[in-house]
Ligand binder design. Structure first.
Ligand SMILES: Nc1nc2c(c(=O)[nH]1)N[C@H]1C(S)=C(S)[C@@H](COP(=O)(O)OP(=O)(O)OC[C@H]3O[C@@H](n4cnc5c(=O)[nH]c(N)nc54)[C@H](O)[C@@H]3O)O[C@H]1N2
Ligand SMILES: Nc1nc2c(c(=O)[nH]1)N[C@H]1C(S)=C(S)[C@@H](COP(=O)(O)OP(=O)(O)OC[C@H]3O[C@@H](n4cnc5c(=O)[nH]c(N)nc54)[C@H](O)[C@@H]3O)O[C@H]1N2
Ligand code: SF4
Ligand SMILES: [Mo]
Length: 715
């Protein structure tokens, strides 16, 4: 029996785990919170059992699959990789590199080997057709910060541990455990906020689990946050609460912002948002008058109609109230190791709109194209995408109008999927390359350190020896990439790591006894601001202290100023002004996350899937009565994209005119190997209702919240 200290890689919180394994039998005996972890201090959520469930899941693929005579059959790695490379090269050579697309799903960011090798795979494909899950998630926030600070990669993070006031728009940290905010044990952190006299206020169309524990909760009509946030900005100006403090000499466009925001008086926007004007004014005053305060927004404010503008306005409020870059406000972490050190195209430039999708002309951001455009780029573009690599993603369930995307995937000439499962997306693959169990490989939460509420670092060593028949994703990425470039994998790996060492100005590689991504990690740690060494890290993780002011560092790498009214935002404000005249829609759909679920892919683990069916539609009593619906009855939910039949739960938790459905369900496709999910948590896909046509126009991010729908009793 052996104890191994790792972090959980299933969400942004990265709790420390104490994993007990039996090395002889290659079994996981137990997983519990690591009390000695300086960041999470023993806290874990139920999903912490995910790594054990995944390790043991009989449905997890134990060998690569290739399609033979129409069926996916097991094969060895050499044949699978040869076949994958041959299929991709064929399409590339015949039609051009951009006709082969790569889609990178959410788990990429949580696995160091995948994260660090993805750029290598992308380069070896030589394609610009790169789609990511960020475009159904954080992209509006990232773009907003890039516009505000004149550089990419700098996101101000809530200093939750020291704040007096936390105002949350469109997030449910007590369930999601925080997002774009790495903060293990948010239940504890938010409880302590209130114990020290601080306030937690939530603005959300649903009285979600966080709102239920807050000092105040206000309903807001979905998709109208930008109006409310602009009205709050207006209030700060009008009531004389703008207090830039030391930020004053660092901002551009203050007067222009005042003029533009004056169009959005609380009294004018309140009816559209379904809020009281007095409430909107008070939200603004509380931000400005608390000794320190935070305005924080997440999925609800990103994946909506004015996602980039809303995300932008949130950080503008932090600036205007004097809460940027100060303890208890929002601050910039100083990561021990950072991918920014590897960025190639110069972080100072704004990589936005340098090229566009063919059909709708949607812009790239940091080289990523919006997932909302993938289906049409396959089925309607003049030069269609013909082959696809899916890296740790399940877009058939996670993309807007998933059913259309699934039909498009079926038309592709060649699909390679890197995934644990034969699921809704990988069933279209010609080759599936499964990663090894995460417990058999080392990891580091590199992606999340720049969004952490304290500066921390933690290396997770492999807990178990490699499994027979499987290989780690780093190796797979290099073996596939090398084949695509007609070279040996070892040569490519040495060239890549050598290149990284040179970029970081190291002459020799010195990660004695390490291999694969650990060698890169060691370089990044050595190059980082604390000059750490992988070999010297405490196994329970290292706390490097609370966040410290660092705006100068951020601005020095960018335009040098905080741009309060960059040109794309000014155009969005004009669009927002025009939208004020629109008639509100009768019924809007929003999403909902649940504690025992992780997007589309943990419904096959018995420990998490057990219990009653979770894919239910929350309907306000008024709306239910109007349609003759009761809890337990079946309703038909329709939109311009599609229709699903779903069980209803009547609840005043959602505001009138809003229904709430979790995403990631709909495990009913043929040809999958997901026994538990299909039997116990089948549900329906929320993305059969969302539409790829509805986007945040500035960023191309899909509207997944605030989708116009119709509802009736099922026939
Ligand atoms: N309607 C609606 N849709 C949404 C959302 C919503 O709120 N509402 N949320 C959006 C958000 S925030 C996100 S992040 C996306 C997620 O979108 P995706 O990333 O496309 O989907 P996931 O459900 O996270 O599926 C991840 C896939 O990766 C596999 N996987 C897990 N870990 C690994 C790994 O280490 N390596 C490899 N190779 N594979 C792995 C899993 O088996 C699964 O098939 O969904 C988005 N879609
Ligand atoms: N247990 C669990 N944890 C997760 C995940 C999971 O699937 N399960 N997924 C992970 C991922 S990939 C992500 S990105 C994060 C997301 O983390 P969060 O953003 O905290 O997640 P959600 O629970 O989806 O919270 C979104 C909230 O926005 C509200 N909302 C919807 N529309 C609007 C709107 O127009 N305005 C406002 N103000 N609110 C609105 C919804 O009612 C909901 O309460 O969670 C991560 N953590
Ligand atoms: S909150 Fe849960 S899922 Fe997230 S890292 Fe911690 S244990 Fe894992
Ligand atoms: Mo996400």
């Amino acid at each position: 029996m052996k104890h191994v200290y790792r972090t959980c890689a299933l969400c942004d919180a990265h709790c420390g785990l104490d994993v007990t394994v039996d090395e002889a039998t290659h079994r996981v005996l137990g997983i519990r919170g690591d009390d000695a972890d300086p960041f999470s201090a023993g806290y874990v959520c139920p999903k912490s059992q995910g790594a054990k469930g995944l390790h043991e899941d009989p449905d997890r693929l134990r060998a690569p699959l290739v399609r033979r005579n129409g069926a996916l059959v097991e094969t060895d790695w050499k044949e699978a990789l040869d076949c994958a490379a041959a299929g991709l090269s064929r399409v590339r050579d015949q039609f051009g590199a951009d006709r082969v697309a790569l889609y990178a799903g959410n788990p990429v960011i949580h696995d160091m080997g995948t994260l660090l090798s993805m750029p290598v795979l992308l380069r070896s494909l030589g394609t610009r057709s790169f789609f990511t899950a960020a475009s159904v998630d954080t992209l509006p926030k990232n773009l907003a910060c890039a516009l505000l600070f004149g550089r990419t990669g700098a996101v101000p993070v809530p200093d939750v541990d020291r704040t007096d006031h936390l105002l949350v728009f469109g997030a449910n940290p007590l369930v999601s455990n925080g997002s774009v905010m790495m903060a293990a044990d948010l239940p504890g952190r938010l409880r302590r906020l209130r114990e020290r006299g601080g306030r937690l206020v939530v603005v959300d169309p649903r009285r979600n689990e966080t709102a239920a524990k807050a000092d105040a909760h206000h309903f807001i009509r979905p998709g109208t946050d930008a109006f409310v946030l602009l009205a709050m900005i207006h209030t700060l100006f009008e009531e004389g609460h703008v207090a830039l403090g030391t930020l004053a000499p660092r901002v551009n466009g203050l007067e222009r912002l005042r003029v533009l925001a004056s169009e959005f008086a609380p009294e004018k926007v309140a009816p559209t948002a379904g809020m009281e004007a007095g409430t909107v004014r008070q939200l603004a005053r509380d931000l400005a008058l608390s000794p320190c305060a935070i305005c924080y927004g997440r999925i609800g404010t990103c994946t909506q109609r004015f996602g980039t503008l809303a995300s932008f306005a949130i950080d503008v409020l932090n600036v205007l109230a004097g809460n940027l870059d100060r303890p208890g406000g929002v601050m910039f972490p100083r990561p021990a190791a950072s991918l920014v050190d590897l960025a190639e195209d110069g972080e100072a430039a704004l990589p936005f709109g340098r090229f566009h999708t063919q059909v709708r002309g949607l812009p790239e951001f940091e080289g990523q194209l919006p997932l909302a455009a993938l289906a049409e780029e396959i089925d309607a573009a003049p030069a269609p995408i013909r082959a696809l690599v899916v890296l740790a993603g399940n877009p058939a369930l996670s993309a807007p109008n998933g059913p259309r995307l699934a039909r498009a995937l079926e038309r592709l000439e060649f699909v390679v999927s890197l995934d644990y499962y034969l699921n809704e997306t990988s069933r279209f693959a010609d080759v599936i390359l499964p990663p090894s169990s995460p417990l058999t490989r080392s990891n580091c939460d590199l992606y999340s350190y720049p969004i952490a509420v304290r500066n921390v670092v933690h290396h997770s060593p492999a807990a178990l020896a490699p499994e027979a028949g499987l290989q780690d994703p780093w190796t797979t990425a290099f073996e596939l990439s090398a084949r695509l470039q007609d070279m040996a994998a070892g040569t490519l790996e040495e060239a890549v790591i050598g290149g990284i060492a040179a970029r970081l100005s190291f002459e020799e590689l010195d990660a004695a006894g390490r291999s694969g991504p650990d060698r890169v990690l060691d370089l990044l740690l050595r190059a980082g601001p604390y000059a750490l060494r992988l070999a010297e890290l405490d196994p329970h993780g290292v706390d490097l202290g609370a966040l410290e002011p660092g705006l100068d560092r951020v601005l020095a790498a960018g335009s040098g100023r905080i741009e309060l009214v960059p040109e794309p935002i000014e155009r969005e404000l004009d669009r927002l002004g025009r939208a004020l005249a629109e008639e509100p829609r009768e019924l809007l759909l929003v999403g909902r996350r649940q504690v025992r679920s992780n997007n589309s892919w943990m419904h096959n683990l018995p420990a998490l899937a057990k219990g009653k069916a979770r894919c239910t539609l929350l309907v306000n009593p008024r709306d239910a009565e109007l349609r003759g619906l009761a809890s337990g009855s079946q309703a038909e939910l329709r939109s311009e994209a599609g229709c699903v039949t779903v069980p209803v739960v009547v609840s005043d938790e959602v505001m009138p005119g809003v229904v709430s459905l979790p995403h990631g369900f709909g495990h009913d496709a043929p040809g999958m190997r997901l026994q538990v999910a299909t039997m116990q948590q089948r549900g329906v896909s929320a993305n059969a209702i969302t539409s790829e046509e509805q986007i945040d126009e500035l960023s191309g991010t899909a509207v997944l919240n605030g989708v116009p729908v119709e509802l009736s009793a099922a026939r």
